[in-house]
Design a protein around this ligand. Structure first.
Ligand code: PMP
Length: 295
């Protein structure tokens, strides 16, 4: 099948899709992105993702390349043309092309790229069954981790360290020894009383759309969530640990560094959350995270 990408107003063959060498995303990582899951042909939490995109753009003063409505039409067209039933949409907006100069161009023309890829749920399902291992590494990122920029080098280094250690993810910790989040996931623990603990949204973490969806699901279930930072020590001795992201939904963590969590199998609270997620993404409601990204 011929895959199609949308690049600055045109639907192009994926293999030929390209951006300019002076695109500010390429030269300065002056751009933001979103990854929106597609399950059974439907976007999951597209409103939440668009709200976060609008926030990222506004924090960086990058003009929106088109209205949200128009962007949604393009997203759906890209999903349709690529016949993606299960997979994801990748969307990136940069401050556009300009002669290289650190300061913003006076009349920026934002560049927009959208493509979609199929992705099997096999890996996610097998991780859900067995659980995954994480390592902990120092957080080497800048001070605005709440903005979803394409500047992901420290995240790549952390994920590579995890891979080399035979782990699935690296949880990063700040100078006080408190966990911020994973290299591409949000981090959660379950305490002895069964409460879910996760770091509050601030400039220190990316406010995951899955994190917000989970909060909505868990509120319905009557589980208690405490938003507070937790330490590496608390993580290592937690009753249960899990992580959330658009691609993995909720994934149990059964090992942190060299410490086994619980009995080394996914815990009951995490399993309950995964079941709720599965029924959410296979149901009719798809926008449970809408309105939860704060300005
Ligand atoms: N934190 C970071 C650093 C991420 O890159 C991601 C994935 N984009 C997340 C958390 C999870 O966010 P979401 O649930 O929106 O995928």
């Amino acid at each position: 099948m011929n895959r199609i990408a949308y690049v600055n107003g045109q639907y192009t063959a994926h293999h030929a899709a390209a951006v300019h060498v002076e695109d500010r995303g390429y030269q300065f990582s002056d751009g933001v992105y979103e990854v929106i899951p597609v399950v059974a042909g439907k976007q999951i939490d597209s409103v939440g993702h668009m709200e976060r995109l609008a926030r990222s753009l506004s924090e960086l003063r990058i003009p929106a390349p088109m209205s949200e409505r128009a962007m949604n039409l393009v997203i759906n067209e890209v999903i349709r043309r690529n016949r993606v039933r299960n997979g994801y949409v990748y969307l990136q907006v940069t401050r556009g092309v300009a002669p290289r100069d650190h300061a913003f161009p006076t009349d920026p023309d934002s560049a927009l790229v959208i493509y979609a890829r199929p992705k099997s749920s096999a890996a996610r399902k097998s991780n859900a069954e067995t659980g995954v291992a994480v390592i902990t590494v120092p957080d080497q990122r800048w001070a605005r981790r709440d903005i979803k920029t394409v500047s992901l080098l420290p995240n790549c280094l952390a994920k590579q360290a995890a891979k080399e250690a035979g782990a699935y993810e690296a949880f990063m910790y700040d100078r006080e020894g408190m966990i911020t989040e994973g290299s591409s996931t949000n981090a959660w623990i379950v305490d002895q009383e069964g409460r879910l603990i996760t770091r509050p949204a601030s400039n220190d973490i990316l406010n995951g759309v899955t994190r917000l969806a989970l909060m909505a699901l868990v509120e319905e279930a009557g589980l208690e969530i405490v938003e507070r930072p937790f330490s590496v020590e608390e993580l290592r001795s937690a009753r249960e640990v899990f992580l959330t992201s658009s691609s993995g939904m909720a994934t149990p963590v059964v090992k942190v560094d060299d410490r086994v969590i619980g009995n080394g199998r996914p815990g009951s609270v995490t399993c309950g959350i995964m079941e709720r997620f599965e029924s959410y993404v296979s149901g009719d409601e798809t926008e449970i995270a809408a309105g939860r990204i704060s300005a």
